[in-house]
Write a protein that binds this ligand. Structure first.
Ligand code: ADP
Ligand code: MG
Length: 303
């Protein structure tokens, strides 16, 4: 028997390195009118590097103490920024201490108790601008905000480290655009008829710099996971069928809300892979427009 077109398309997608989870998904991929891409781990390689540790003066922490504490708190996290902090500590010969009470809030950061102190690592606005803590207006907070502004002005991702509520350092990280990202963006724009959009939890400067390299004109930065969902819903209500491409736990709600959610498989979080309708197993962004095109072709053969 000849295979039905959508099933051969699934087989074909598999040969290109994309696991499409059902015939319905295979069909939907060809219906998308706009692509929305996550930044860290999707447009970027997802292996950020720690470029610099900027200490908040007067905290009593030196660079090694900061990295040992941050790595201890980040150790259980699967986030690319967490892995960057842990590898940086390891490269400096530091062994992360045991951490207790690990907590992770998607799109914000982590916290844990390390050697009796509460260590938090995460998004500067969430940790410095909370505004209700007793030290929120203190000198250390203001100094940390300045260090963050400098790092972000340079197009870097900034993450703050707090010990018992006091900012002790700002970690500056950089990540590289994936090879082939610009070509994939351009192909997705052509296929969907609309310019792809970048959705990210990172700061506007780092996001804008990367978007420019990838050929993306529209950037929504500083988004929390639920705000990525809201963006998808707004487009959907306007009649668009959105393709979301992401990798993190923070992307899972948007992947679920999308007409089609595609997860990057190699470094993607388990939750993203489970939630997504399709998974890029071969770690190349170019396979995404390829499967959209395969769907279009198969749909023309379905009567
Ligand atoms: P993206 O949308 O670019 O994939 P996320 O939503 O995962 O980014 O994260 C948004 C921001 O939250 C990061 O830029 C960082 O400031 C902070 N963050 C999230 N998880 C972590 C973590 N494990 N360690 C440090 N910072 C984190
Ligand atoms: Mg991501």
């Amino acid at each position: 028997a000849t295979m039905p077109p959508l099933l051969s398309a699934i087989a074909n997608a598999g040969r290109h390195g994309v696991l499409v989870k059902s015939a319905v998904v295979m069909e939907r991929l060809g219906e998308v009118t706009r692509a929305a891409l996550d930044k860290t781990g999707t447009l970027t390689e997802g292996t950020p590097r720690l470029a610099e540790v900027r200490l908040v003066p007067g905290s009593g922490f030196d660079e090694s103490a900061v990295l040992a504490a941050a790595a201890a708190a980040e150790h259980p996290s699967e986030h690319p920024l967490a892995r960057a902090v842990v590898s940086a500590a390891r490269e400096r010969g530091l062994t992360p201490a045991e951490a207790e009470d690990f907590r992770s809030v998607p799109g914000r950061g982590v916290s844990a108790v390390v050697r009796g102190r509460v260590v938090e690592v995460g998004r500067p606005d969430a940790l410095l601008d909370a505004g209700d803590g007793p030290d929120a207006g203190s000198g250390a907070h203001a100094l940390a905000r300045e260090l963050v502004a400098e790092a972000e002005a340079g197009g870097r991702t900034a993450v703050v480290v707090l010990a018992d509520g006091a900012p002790v350092a700002v970690l500056c990280l950089t990540d590289r655009l994936r090879p082939g990202a610009a070509a994939a963006v351009s192909a997705l724009g052509g296929l969907t008829g609309n310019a792809p959009v970048l959705l990210t939890g990172d700061n506007p400067r780092a996001a804008g710099r990367l978007a420019a390299e990838a050929g993306i004109g529209e950037v929504r930065a500083g988004l929390l996971p639920e705000e990525k969902v809201a963006a998808v819903r707004t487009w959907s209500r306007a009649g668009e069928r959105v393709l979301v491409v992401g990798d993190g736990v923070n992307d899972a709600p948007a992947l679920a809300a999308a007409h089609c959610g595609v997860a990057m498989g190699r470094a993607g979080s388990d939750l993203a892979l489970e939630t997504a309708d399709a998974v890029v197993v071969r770690d190349e962004l170019a396979t995404v427009p390829t499967v959209v095109a395969l769907s279009r072709r198969a749909r023309r053969l379905v009567v």
